[in-house]
Design a protein around this ligand. Structure first.
Ligand code: PEP
Ligand code: MN
Length: 348
């Protein structure tokens, strides 16, 4: 942490800062410049926060140098992490591979879910997505099948071998979702639901943490830190678009967030081009962009009959379109030094 004194700060003002820092066991290194003095602090950053140094006379600014998120930061964990998903056959999401996750936005019926999963398998996807608990803007919209949807997902996993990622919207449902799913998704609307983050952190399953649609990258990483603090470092971040003034897409995919996050956090980062755009014609170009910029995978909506979908039909791909996406993205990994995640799956 660095304290910047104002140009008119006196020697007494500087001494008062030094005394406060030393009183909590810290070290204060004073450098006098031509117009200003700056004081570099060494020691326990949390104890410095409680000193409220900004309120002292002569203090112009206080800057934090280290990341506020310790566990997910690369500062103490320089190598990027791989998260393994599934029991039995485990699928990697991480820096050496590219993982394709596909499935319906919502689980509607057993046959719709199975059909969508078979489209995912045919395209070479390695994980199945599908919502049983749906966070809907309207209370009158389809809310998902709940526990029945989880059972359908578990049956479809049995039939296809694809591990399942599904959303949990309420901390009271974490146990039942963890019992049925291989990975728990926290959606954009719940990224800052700290009770839910702590609950999924304690559930013993990998977590897919979507970026809040109005969250900064730092807020997103702090949300991941909540999960990590509960002892769960198996967190995959998902950029799914942020809300901007642009109405031609549902959200604006913040493509720069991927390399920014990868530079500061060791956690894998994937992209959801379906929820970002809300339009299926943009899913392939955005998936390509995601790969090019270094994402560790993509998660896309697919539906056997998008016109009848109960949720997000306009962004759902058909099986042939998913295969096109898969072959488009599959040409890129080799050039980017990655292999398809299915080639690195392992027995766990
Ligand atoms: C979803 O993936 O089904 C979903 C609701 O996504 P998001 O939270 O990104 O809107
Ligand atoms: Mn959706």
């Amino acid at each position: 942490m660095v304290v910047v004194m104002s140009p008119d700060a006196t020697d007494e003002d500087v001494a008062a800062v030094v005394a406060r820092v030393e009183a909590v066991g810290g070290e204060a290194n004073v450098s006098k410049g031509v117009t200003r003095t700056i004081i570099g602090l060494v020691g326990d950053i949390e104890s410095f926060h409680h000193l409220n140094l900004r309120t002292l006379r002569g203090v112009a600014d206080v800057h934090r140098i280290s990341d506020p998120y310790k566990l997910v930061s690369r500062q103490h964990h320089p190598d990027r992490s791989t998260v393994w998903v599934g029991t039995g056959r485990q699928v990697p999401i991480g820096p050496d591979t590219f993982t394709l996750i596909a499935g319906p936005c919502a689980v509607e019926t057993p046959s719709q879910t199975l059909d969508a999963a078979q489209m995912a398998v045919a395209a070479g996807a390695t994980l199945l997505r599908g919502g049983a608990f749906k966070p809907r803007t309207s209370p009158y919209a389809f809310q998902g099948l709940g526990v029945r949807g989880l059972e359908i997902l578990a049956d479809v996993r049995e039939a296809t071998g694809l591990p399942v990622v599904t959303e949990v919207v309420d901390s009271r449902d974490v146990a039942v979702v963890a019992e049925h799913a291989d990975m728990l998704q926290v959606g954009t609307r719940n990224m800052a639901n700290f009770g839910l983050l702590e609950a999924v952190g304690a559930a013993g399953k990998p977590v897919l943490l979507k970026r809040g649609m109005t969250a900064t990258i730092e807020e997103w990483l702090m949300a991941a830190e909540y999960i990590a603090r509960r002892g769960n470092l198996d967190v995959v971040l998902c950029e799914r678009g942020i809300r901007t003034f642009e109405p031609s897409t549902r959200n604006t995919l913040d493509i720069s967030a991927i390399p920014v996050v990868q530079a500061t956090s060791h956690l894998p980062v994937i992209v959801d081009p379906s929820h970002a755009a809300g339009r299926k014609d943009l899913v392939v170009p955005l998936a390509r962009a995601a790969m090019g910029v270094g994402a560790d995978g993509v998660i896309v909506d697919v539906h056997p009959d998008p016109e009848s979908a109960l949720c997000d039909g306009p962004q759902a791909l058909l099986g042939s379109e998913l295969r096109e996406l898969a072959s488009a993205v599959r040409r890129l990994p080799a050039a980017l030094g990655r292999v398809d995640a299915s080639e690195r799956a392992r027995e766990g």
